[in-house]
Design a protein around this ligand. Structure first.
Ligand code: GLC
Length: 538
């Protein structure tokens, strides 16, 4: 069994999944925002790249307060992106090319423009409509203080006070994210029923799986107690009842004859708690953020890889490997810094970064992730070697993180800039009308276009293409560390004579005995230069 031919039912276990942030992928209608027409036109590009599936960030109607993670209708397509009919065509066309489709589902919260929330506001206190959310009276003599001390993950309090229909200041509602993203109350059966129906709606349209947004957050601790220890268990994350929801969802997915899957977004400190979501009757997989956050350091990476595999083994779930996504600083930028780790607590905005070093390490990291057992996620633009755009002017920034923290956290716009396809000047083929993209692209991206990189054997794009092709034909065997390597070197085999060697030490190291160099992230001779990965036949 190899990556591409492993049983149809097991396609997800070793899949290479490409993340499309629709707004920034390709703009088919030329209005400056990416759309489904753009994606459809680029499907041949994705097929040629060699990916197995696409994960779409939310494509539903949305006021776009949080880039679509504020959904106002879960059963339609955002009009700026296209129509439901186009989505159906896209799914079909992708399937014809052998590409599966995973879409984002956002069950923790909806948009303040969702009909349930507008109805809840209108219906007033103690109404059934308000029970679908977390409305509470405030503390303090006149209810002027938030009901508890929870903080929004985007900064500021997690509660906003509403004005009641009679014009008086009234109840507060909970929002773990922006104030335009009210949290849904999962103790209310309407909510569970609604989402189960939404799953079926899209499964019936051929969607192969869902990426679950904030998968750990749906259940809140009884009584909504204050946070007493910010480093201890949180009353709004990883509360036990959440597993019941996913067992019900799994039954729905398993009701389809061909395999439909879930991948959960859980940022959890405890790997054992993380693994609980991947038990055989729950989610199929989860994003491995420990790997993403890990510094470019051989010992630390080896620890994370070993721990990841150990965490997944007892629940028989495949690991996933992620370097970047739409929430984090692009890894070309991270890996060029003195501190190469990632943390939401400090994005290290504008910390000096060595671009060449970042690219070299990103190439090495790509071959590392693509050699590891399990699934891999590729965030659009990483195959082009794009760096974080750190110098966006404040007035174009759209991420609520930036506004809610008054700029103390620069936010995530810098990894969401529309990607360059062709040409020497913006919009670099993002559209053909020349309309300015919704976020400005740096002039230096002329060197990073798909057009420029295609056919250049030294380009990042051709590295990804070759690596994905080789990976697809390779056995997905277990990893075994090669003994006796110099310090700073990661080296492992995968069965069937395949070895991957990564040099994270400051000097060149000798290559292990081998029969053939299959692929390398940089020039290799008898030795492997620093920050270089090689795939060998041994
Ligand atoms: C997830 C998404 C992020 C979004 C947040 C709230 O973390 O990845 O982009 O802002 O959830 O929905």
């Amino acid at each position: 069994m190899n990556h591409s031919t492993q049983g149809e039912q097991n396609w997800w276990r070793g899949a290479a999944i490409y993340q499309v942030y629709v707004r920034s992928f390709a703009d088919g209608d030329g209005d400056g925002t990416g759309d489904l027409a753009g994606v459809r036109a680029k499907l041949p590009y994705l097929a040629d790249l060699g990916i197995d599936a696409i994960w779409f960030n939310p494509w539903y109607p949305s006021p776009m307060d949080d880039g679509g993670y504020d959904v106002s209708d879960y059963r339609d397509i955002e009009p700026v992106f296209g129509t439901l009919t186009e989505a159906e065509k896209l799914i079909e066309e992708a399937h014809t090319l052998g590409i599966r489709i995973i879409i984002d589902i956002v069950p923790n919260h909806c948009s303040d423009e969702h009909p349930w929330f507008t109805a809840a506001l209108a219906a007033g206190p103690d109404s059934l409509e308000r029970e679908r959310f977390w409305f509470r009276r405030g503390r303090g003599e006149h209810g002027e203080l938030p009901p508890n001390n929870w903080r929004s993950r985007f900064g500021g309090p997690a509660w906003t006070r509403v004005t009641e229909p009679d014009g008086a200041p009234g109840e507060w509602f909970l929002h773990l994210y922006s104030s335009r993203q009210p949290d849904l109350n999962w103790t209310n059966p309407d909510v569970a029923d609604e989402f189960e129906d939404i799953l079926r709606f899209w499964f019936n349209r051929g969607v192969d799986g869902f990426r679950i947004d904030v998968a750990d957050g749906l259940v809140k601790a009884d009584g909504l107690p204050d946070v007493t220890d910010p480093d201890g268990p949180l009353p709004y994350s990883d509360v036990d009842g959440v597993h019941e929801i996913y067992r019900a969802w799994r039954r729905i997915a398993d009701g389809y004859p061909d395999r439909r899957i879930f991948v959960g977004e859980m940022w959890l400190p405890d790997p054992a708690r993380f693994a609980m979501y991947l038990r055989p009757d729950e989610l199929h997989s989860g994003f491995n953020f420990d790997f993403l956050s890990c510094p470019w350091d051989a010992r630390r990476l080896r620890e994370v890889i070993t721990a990841t595999l150990a965490t997944h083994a007892p629940v028989h779930a495949p690991a996933t490997w992620v370097l970047s996504n739409h929430d984090v600083t692009r890894h070309v930028t991270r890996y060029g810094r003195a501190d190469t780790s990632f943390s939401f607590a400090d994005r290290q905005h504008l910390a000096p970064t060595d671009r060449e070093l970042g690219i070299r390490r990103a190439r090495a990291a790509a071959l590392l992730t693509l050699a590891l057992p399990g699934g891999v996620y590729i965030y659009q633009g990483e195959e082009l070697g794009l760096a974080e755009v750190e110098d966006l002017p404040d007035e174009v920034r759209q991420d609520p993180v930036f506004t809610r923290t008054a700029g103390a956290d620069i936010g995530r716009d810098g990894c969401r800039v529309p990607i360059p396809w062709a040409g020497d000047a913006p919009p670099f083929g993002f559209n053909t009308t020349g309309t300015a993209p919704w976020l400005p692209q740096p002039a230096e991206w002329s060197a990073h276009t798909v057009e420029r990189q295609t056919g250049d054997p030294d380009s990042m794009l051709e590295l990804y293409r070759r690596a994905l092709r080789l990976r697809a034909g390779r056995p997905d065997g277990p990893i075994e560390w090669l003994a006796g390597q110099p310090s700073g070197v990661l080296a492992f085999t995968r069965g069937d004579g395949f070895a991957c060697v990564v040099n994270l030490s400051p000097g060149p190291v000798p290559l292990p005995a081998h029969r053939e160099v299959l692929l390398a992230s940089g020039p290799v001779t008898q030795t492997l230069p620093p920050d270089t990965t090689v795939w060998l036949r041994i």
